[in-house]
Design a binder for this molecule. Structure first.
Ligand code: SF4
Length: 421
């Protein structure tokens, strides 16, 4: 669901970077502990410099929930969270924090193309079509849905309502194992379980392979666009659905799809021609990359895993990293002084264009609104007036209740405790 962001006044875009920085700092001082700014790892440095916390989407939402609780206990309650990330992340923060805390996305068009690939109506239709086909084939088992946290609140709610769970790229293996064991109801003797994995087919395929599933024979892809074009089962055959242990939703991350097996092959080739004593380049990729890329990498794991692995690597190590460019450039800068070389796995601009929409002008516009001091056309701030809350992201209460079920099942089965809401 791509939301539309009306243009903000031009005066915000014409301010020099340093002036933007100074004004944002000034507004932050005015708002004090009532404000919390969160920055995802893939944001530009000019955005991350304003963040109270950086992290991946779930870590940030959980941190937000605990800071909100701490500040409420200290009688300095948080009123607004400015989430410098994409739409589904702001939704997750809204789900995990009390209603009185408002979550703001600085630019409404900062969506996630992967999350937008699974829409609620399509998912309901797929669920019915798949069950109907399996029933006609006398299949007598249960489907447990799993959704990657990179999904809309509506999909999390669907999954929660149908006995499934969320997962992250760090805990997908544990959640998958839980689902295959029957999920909320332990698998009965002789009962077959299938997983419907939304919305990232690559994380679903990589997780299935790591679990020991033959992905050629026992996974299939359900593509809702093919259903819309008239295919009865999203492009899969009835037999493929019957034989599949995992039904993969046809979603992907457009950033991580830019890494190809050829990029890994080139690094392997270069490693064969090293001079004596020269350190080979190790390949580390995110599991949103295609399985063919993950198979050729030395290591694969979540954003936090990539950050920690490089941080723990000895001086002289060399890394080719398959993930978003702003994070890779930040890692290269952070570790160059201790002689660790970090570069992109590919020469292409692997940039999350929607995250990139969040910038200093939009952050200042949001904070000016909260301080009640919007800019006039010439860039001057007007006399303080009534605060204006732009771009509030609010998840429907019914969807929240169901989505929390999916999030809590994930947390309960990955040893992280449950969400307190
Ligand atoms: S990097 Fe990919 S999954 Fe992450 S927000 Fe951007 S499009 Fe979505």
């Amino acid at each position: 669901m791509m939301l539309w962001q009306p243009s903000i006044p031009d005066s915000y875009h014409t301010l020099p970077e340093q002036e933007l920085f100074a004004r944002i700092q000034d507004r932050r001082k005015q708002l004090g502990t009532k404000l919390l700014i969160l920055g995802h790892h893939y944001q530009m440095d000019s955005v991350v410099q304003h963040a109270d916390f950086t992290g991946d989407s779930l870590k940030l939402a959980q941190l937000a929930a605990s800071v909100v609780e701490e500040r409420a206990a200290a009688n300095t309650p948080v009123e607004h969270i400015v989430f410098c990330g994409v739409h589904f992340m702001a939704e997750t923060a809204d789900i995990l924090t009390p209603d009185q805390v408002k979550v703001i996305l600085p630019d409404l068009s900062a969506g996630c193309s992967m999350a937008d690939m699974a829409d609620y109506e399509q998912t309901v239709e797929a669920w019915e079509l798949i069950h109907e086909s399996l029933k006609q084939q006398n299949w007598n088992g249960r489907i447990v849905p799993i959704t990657y946290v990179n999904s809309t609140a509506a999909i999390k709610a669907f999954v929660g309502h149908h006995g499934g769970a969320c997962c992250t790229s760090s805990n997908a293996a544990q959640v998958f194992e839980w689902a295959m064991a029957g999920g909320t109801e332990p698998r009965a003797e002789g009962e077959e379980i299938k997983v419907l994995f939304l919305p990232d087919q690559h994380l679903g395929r990589n997780t299935s392979a790591a679990f020991g599933i033959n992905v050629q024979l026992n996974t299939c892809v359900y593509d809702p666009k093919k259903t819309e074009q008239g295919h009865p089962l999203g492009g899969a055959s009835a037999k493929e659905l019957h034989d599949a242990a995992t039904i993969l939703w046809a979603g992907h991350c457009s950033v991580h799809m830019l890494f190809a097996p050829e990029h890994c092959a080139q690094i392997h080739e270069d490693n064969k021609n090293l001079k004596s004593g020269e350190e080979p380049v190790q390949i580390i990729v995110h599991p949103e990359c295609a399985k063919e890329v993950v198979d050729l990498a030395d290591q694969a794991g979540s954003t936090e895993f990539i950050i920690n692995t490089i941080a723990d690597s000895p001086p002289g190590s060399k890394w080719a990293v398959g993930t978003e460019v702003h994070l890779v450039n930040r890692l290269a800068n952070e570790h160059k002084d201790r002689g660790v070389q970090v570069k992109m796995l590919s020469d292409c601009q692997c940039l999350c264009t929607t995250m990139y929409r969040i910038n200093q002008p939009h952050i200042l516009w949001i904070l000016d609104g909260l301080c009640g001091t919007p800019q006039s056309k010439n860039g001057e701030n007007q006399a303080p007036g009534k605060p204006v809350e732009h771009n509030i992201i609010a998840v429907h209460p019914e969807a929240q209740t169901r989505a929390i079920l999916a999030l809590n099942r994930m947390l309960a089965h990955t040893g992280s405790g449950a969400v307190k809401v």
